[in-house]
Ligand binder design. Structure first.
Ligand SMILES: Cc1cc2nc3c(=O)[nH]c(=O)nc-3n(C[C@H](O)[C@H](O)[C@H](O)COP(=O)(O)OP(=O)(O)OC[C@H]3O[C@@H](n4cnc5c(N)ncnc54)[C@H](O)[C@@H]3O)c2cc1C
Length: 478
């Protein structure tokens, strides 16, 4: 090896694996160690609440890379949790006494699910969902079409409920707010998601306060009612896995604090993914994002910074979710008080939504089941377009949302079979459909063509096949 340096990555998730990949593709020839606490090769988590949970895809399909990738690229996979980080001597330690010195270090330790301070939250049968082992436990109840209660109707809780219900389980969704996803999307779109779940037969306990969990498990609510289940899923959010960084004296504040090039407060130490609170020039503040595209993109960006080829990380946040036949994508970052504008038809589950900030510009946008909408929405958000731009770009401009459900793009995309392997019942790679994030996945296909333009990847999505999905909101309408 011509490069005498050692680069170490702590955290074998998506961000860590993408960083390793990028270091090699960018030509790093030194020693490269990837330390991972899980027994598995790095894998992607979105399928854990979707196709994998439904029993319709495998762990192998979720892997970021096959084992051969790490062998061929000389990436040393070190099994175990890093327990110590000695910044002055530039050394990482594992519980078994192994010490690895580093020249550059990436912290990509992700996040850990929160457990609410409720009596019984740690009982047997009460599961969080972060790892494949967690998914396996819930999957078993779903396979038996048992009774599943889910506390927390955020993204993961909502997806688990949708997947379990789609597979025939008896599902109760319990949420403190009045609707699912209220804290992220607000009450109007929250009500839309509440209707979506109700329409699929999920028992909805909204505005509910859980007082305790009893063996069974049984969820006891403040109004005196109780929900009995065979298993209970907790989806009440995650906390950044900062213990290692904190103990090492790094600046930690809702995540490992990093500058725009993902450099932490310690020399030679970088951070990426769910654990990183990164200064974002666009928002002029630190932002921590707990989503797939951010982990992939920041992993790659951190690798370039480690090689002194870094640039400010300026990507607009992006995330997606799949629930039943509904797929959505969101771009940007809106604040609580931003004004919501909906174009399309909520009742038809085919719409675009935009948030307008106090200065009149579009701060964020999302679509549901409208697969041509991703790129235009992203562009509007990226260029901070004024709200008036919606009238110029929206096919439904100037009309009442409720009378314009038949958006050309909705009809076309939904009828042409867009789908994703991360969604219950689907068969194919999500590579193309998630094109709008601007982030491509290297795994399927593994050739450079997978980094093709968003539109070509989306075309590939449309050409894909569907399995076990006979209708979607848009196609029903068409
Ligand atoms: C069930 C589920 C569904 C999701 N669905 C979506 C979705 O639909 N859309 C979306 O945009 N995002 C989704 N996400 C979020 C997305 O998966 C995460 O943002 C992404 O996994 C973050 O990647 P990461 O590499 O930063 O962290 P992680 O994936 O958490 O990986 C971190 C890894 O580091 C390891 N680690 C931690 N501490 C140490 C240590 N001290 N030593 C060694 N290893 C350590 C952990 O064990 C873990 O394997 C989902 C997440 C989950 C859990």
């Amino acid at each position: 090896m011509s490069d005498p340096r050692t680069f170490v990555i702590v955290g074998g998730g998506l961000a860590g694996a993408k960083a390793a990949e990028t270091l090699r593709t960018e030509g790093f020839e030194g020693r490269l160690a990837l330390i991972g606490a899980e027994a598995e090769l790095p894998y992607e988590r979105p399928p854990l609440s979707k196709s994998y949970l439904a029993g319709e895809s495998t762990l192998a399909e979720a892997r970021v890379h096959d084992r051969s990738f790490y062998d061929e690229h000389d990436v040393e996979l070190v099994a175990g949790a890093a327990t110590t980080l000695d910044v002055p001597s530039r050394e990482v330690g594992l519980a078994d006494g192994t010490r690895i010195g580093y020249d550059r270090l990436l912290i990509a330790t992700g996040a850990v699910p929160r457990r609410p301070p409720i009596d019984g939250a740690d009982l047997d049968g009460v599961r969080v969902l972060r790892t494949v082992a967690d998914a396996d436990a819930l999957r078993e109840v779903i396979r038996r079409r048992g009774r599943l209660a889910v506390i927390g109707a955020g993204w993961i809780g909502s997806e688990v409920a949708a997947t379990a219900r789609s597979q025939g389980a008896d599902v109760a969704l319990i949420e403190h707010a009045d609707t699912p996803l209220q804290h992220v999307l607000g009450p109007q779109l929250g009500a839309f998601f509440a209707d979506l779940h109700r329409g699929h037969g999920v028992r909805m306990a909204m505005g509910a306060t859980v007082t305790r969990i009893e063996a069974g498990p049984r969820v006891v609510l403040a109004d005196g009612s109780a929900i009995d289940a065979d298993a209970l899923g907790l989806g009440v959010g995650v906390a950044p896995a900062t213990a290692l960084a904190q103990a090492a004296g790094l600046h930690v504040e809702d995540g490992v604090v990093a500058d725009a090039q993902l450099r932490t407060s310690a020399d030679g130490v970088f951070a990426a993914g769910d654990v990183a609170s990164v200064f974002h020039p666009r928002y002029a503040r630190h932002v921590r994002v707990e989503h797939w595209a951010n982990a992939a993109d920041q992993g790659a960006a951190a690798a370039r910074s480690m090689l002194d080829r870094g640039e400010a990380y300026t990507k607009v946040p992006y995330f997606f979710s799949d629930q039943y036949d509904l797929g959505m994508e969101y771009f940007g970052l809106h604040a609580r008080g931003d004004r919501l504008v909906v174009r399309g038809d909520l009742a038809e589950a085919c719409f675009r939504a935009y948030w307008i900030g106090p200065d009149g510009t579009i701060t964020a946008g999302m679509h549901a089941n409208d697969w041509d909408a991703g790129d235009p929405i992203r562009q509007l958000v990226e260029r901070r377009a004024p709200a008036e731009a919606l009238d110029a770009t929206e096919p439904q401009a100037g009309r009442r949302p409720s009378v314009t459900p038949r958006s050309r793009s909705c009809t076309r995309c939904c009828c042409a079979g867009h789908t994703t392997s991360w969604r219950a019942g689907a068969t194919r790679s999500p590579t193309s459909r998630r094109a709008s994030s601007g982030t491509s996945r290297p795994r399927r296909p593994t050739t450079p063509s997978s980094r093709s333009s968003p539109s070509s990847r989306r075309s590939a999505a449309r050409a894909g096949s569907r399995r076990g999905r006979t209708s979607s909101s848009c196609s029903r309408r068409a």
